[in-house]
Design a binder for this molecule. Structure first.
Ligand code: COA
Length: 372
């Protein structure tokens, strides 16, 4: 079996930012407009008036201060409340490929590699812009990578599941180097008119380069072990899929965007993730006290604080469990990789850390790494 290392990561960050204050102002204007339009039905008790959102609630419930988005004007237009991202023509790069390529080029450059060194491209994300051809094959072509490519979707766990798939192929020798790319255009599957979740997501793309760890001398992270697990739940769900066009094209169905039972997710996912990490550490023979850093999925600060405390058996020291969701919000599968990419270079050789993502499915994936 070959050893595997992460030799580079890259993050594409959109140039546009929406602060909580901007988001709430747009939502509240929309709510006022909707309430005025439906004043009669509201007065007759047929429908409930829409309550205002609040920036204080958003920050205290989630830890999010702002999010990056590919389009701002469409989201903040109270008459629209959806990003203005016109469908790309077949002759143009898809949005996912475009931002994925940017992140991938940064990962290659961080590792001092060329696209030609790569023989597998995985595009792992919670939604795909089209059914086929695979976005990953388009990215492979735009980059000039060799080998083969495929898409996979395990919602928020897509990055760690992609890393396991790539690492296993490097271990067994079917490939030498893989890019796992996570272009997450979450703004296009979020219902911005739903007060309970309109603040949750942002857009980003991340890329992780994995290579056979043989004759490498540059700074890198050895992949000591990976572990994935799933358990079916409807508590995070999006019904949008290829059956929609034929049956429901004309309907404005709420279930065709991200839906969650946030409270249940909170309660059920925490024990699942904590146990998963404990089992993974035990299987690998790594003690929790050996972990110098946790790069956790970025959905909710309270959730991460809880997991960090549970895993380490104490409140994590500042910097031990870096959060990026105050700036990026929840970026689905990309969140733990943004945290890893931005907060890992300072670790000395020999230090160990854990990347962990979790979400819809339910799914949880973890990667134990060691600085080399
Ligand atoms: N502004 C102001 N008030 C709001 C609000 C908003 N935008 N959204 C909800 N509220 C209100 C609710 O109406 C409720 O009021 P009530 O107590 O009078 O009924 C109160 O705030 C609490 O709402 P609730 O939805 O129960 O909040 P919460 O504390 O559970 O936090 C989440 C909501 C979504 C942040 C939290 O449940 C969470 O993070 N869950 C897990 C998310 C997750 O990991 N999802 C995975 C996605 S990948």
């Amino acid at each position: 079996m070959n050893n595997v290392a992460i030799t580079g990561t890259g993050v594409f960050t959109p140039s546009l930012v929406i602060t909580n204050a901007e988001l709430v102002a747009a939502f509240n204007t929309y709510a006022d407009m909707w309430n005025a339009e439906n004043a009669r039905a509201i007065a007759a008790g047929q429908v409930a008036a829409k309550d205002h959102s609040s920036a204080d609630f958003i920050y205290s419930a989630s830890g999010i201060k702002q999010r990056y988005v590919l389009d701002k004007s469409g989201i903040l237009d109270p008459g629209r409340m959806f990003p203005n991202l016109p469908a790309r023509r077949d002759t143009e790069p898809s949005y996912m490929a475009e931002i994925g390529v940017d992140a991938a080029q940064k990962a290659l450059s961080a590792a001092g590699r060329r696209a030609g060194d790569v023989d597998l491209v995985i595009c792992a994300a919670s939604n795909m812009e089209r059914a086929y051809p695979a976005i990953s094959v388009e990215i492979q072509k735009l980059l000039g990578a060799g080998g083969f490519a495929f898409d996979m979707n395990v919602a928020c766990s897509s990055a760690t599941f992609g890393i396991q798939a790539a690492a296993d192929m490097i271990r067994t020798g079917s490939i030498r180097a893989a890019l796992v790319i996570n272009p997450e255009i979450c703004s296009a599957h979020l219902e911005w008119r739903d007060r309970d979740c309109h603040f949750i997501f942002g857009d980003v793309a991340t890329a992780t380069l994995l290579e056979r760890d043989e004759g490498l001398s540059q700074p890198r992270f050895k992949v000591l072990s990976t572990r994935c697990a799933t358990q079916f739940s409807n508590n995070i769900r999006n019904n949008n899929g290829y059956m929609r066009r034929s049956h429901d094209q004309m309907e404005d169905r709420r279930d065709m965007q991200f839906m969650q039972n946030g409270r249940k997710v909170f309660k059920e996912v925490l024990p699942l993730v904590s146990q998963h990490i404990a089992d993974h550490l035990a299987e690998t023979g790594v003690a929790a006290s050996d972990l110098r850093r946790l790069w956790l999925h970025q959905a909710n600060k309270t959730m991460n604080d809880f997991i960090g405390k549970k895993v380490l058996g104490r409140v994590p020291a500042p910097g031990e469990q870096p959060n990026i969701l105050q700036d990026y919000a929840n970026t689905s599968s990309a969140g733990s990789i943004i945290a890893f990419s931005k907060h890992s270079d300072d670790l000395p050789v020999g230090d160990k850390g854990l990347i962990c993502s979790f979400g819809a499915g339910y799914s949880v994936g973890s990667v134990i790494v060691e600085r080399a």
